[in-house]
Ligand binder design. Structure first.
Ligand SMILES: Cc1ncc(C[n+]2csc(CCOP(=O)(O)OP(=O)(O)O)c2C)c(N)n1
Ligand code: SF4
Length: 278
């Protein structure tokens, strides 16, 4: 097992004290430690990030990878997967990253069903750049960029994932480390594109939407499409009331990118990267 200690680094953590990114890091470490106990190899994990507060996780989590570009977390992860389909690839992204500049990548990664995990730290704000609204920010969100308040209706990422035929869709609460670890483990084990939307507070730039813990309730793993659509409808990223389902909202395995592409299938069967078949 990769001792949780070796999954950390010597870098000074610069997230604000109390920022739930600390908890997402802890959940990621626990997940990897648990999976290595079950036979996954520490050296076979690879990560990518975008640019943002969330992306600093690259400096604090001791696995190989690539500190990517803002909005390009997903294609970078996909590139790693195409280079060696035997790697266990985790893409850490922000909501700005994924649902603004990276929207097209999100849709197509879900369609391609590459066997990788996307972890979105959704704090409903472009936080590193001091709090402009993202596509999941609530209407009325006031910031220096929008002093009159955001007017557009937020998009619902769970609905977008369903419409894009994602084969695994989950949501969890950054502050619930045990549950997040459970969900991340299921996401990594899922064969195909797994999307985990983590609801995260930003203590500094969008405090109006913080403390949604009381609105959240855990659901049993769901495989039914109609039920998933109903669950996705329960919370629209705007309301400060109502219920927010957390857990596996939808899972339906189907052929992955590796299964559909003979060259990748061959690399998978041989357990090698491209160099290994030359
Ligand atoms: C290609 C590109 N576009 C825009 C930026 C500017 N930029 C850097 S971080 C950031 C905001 C990140 O927001 P989000 O992805 O939601 O992450 P958070 O900081 O909230 O964790 C932006 C817009 C950039 N560095 N590169
Ligand atoms: S600005 Fe917000 S998201 Fe960034 S580290 Fe601070 S609390 Fe976390």
């Amino acid at each position: 097992m990769a001792d949780k200690k070796i999954l950390g680094t010597k870098e000074t953590v610069t997230w604000c004290p109390g920022c739930p990114n600390h908890m997402i890091l802890e959940s990621a470490k626990r997940t990897i430690a648990k999976l290595t106990e079950q036979g996954y190899k520490h050296e076979n994990f690879a990560m990518t990030t975008g640019i943002g507060c969330h992306a600093k996780i690259f400096d604090y989590l001791n696995i190989s990878g690539y500190y990517g570009l803002h909005g390009r977390t997903i294609p970078t992860a996909l590139g790693i997967k195409l280079g060696n389909p035997n790697l266990t690839v985790l893409a850490f992204a922000g909501d700005g990253d994924t649902y603004a500049e990276g929207t097209a990548h999100f849709i197509h990664a879900a369609r391609f069903n590459a066997d990788m995990t996307l972890v979105v730290h959704d704090n409903q704000s472009f936080s590193l750049t001091t709090g402009q609204p993202t596509p999941t920010s609530q209407q009325g969100f006031k910031s220096k960029a929008y002093p009159m308040g955001e007017v557009s209706i937020p998009l619902n990422p769970v609905k977008l994932a369903l419409a894009s035929n994602a084969s695994f869709i989950a949501r969890c609460n950054a502050r619930d480390i045990n549950h997040t670890t459970e969900i991340l483990e299921k996401a990594v084990k899922h064969k195909g594109f797994s999307f985990v939307e983590i609801i995260q507070d930003c203590l500094i730039f969008n405090p109006e939407i913080n403390n949604k813990d009381k609105m959240m309730y855990k659901i049993p793993d769901n495989k039914d499409r109609k039920k998933a659509e109903a669950l996705a409808d329960e919370w629209d990223y705007n309301s400060k009331n109502g219920k927010i389902p957390v857990g596996v909202i939808y899972q339906k395995p189907r052929l992955t990118l590796d299964d559909n592409w003979p060259q990748l299938k061959k690399l998978k069967e041989k357990g090698v990267g491209w160099k290994g078949i030359n």
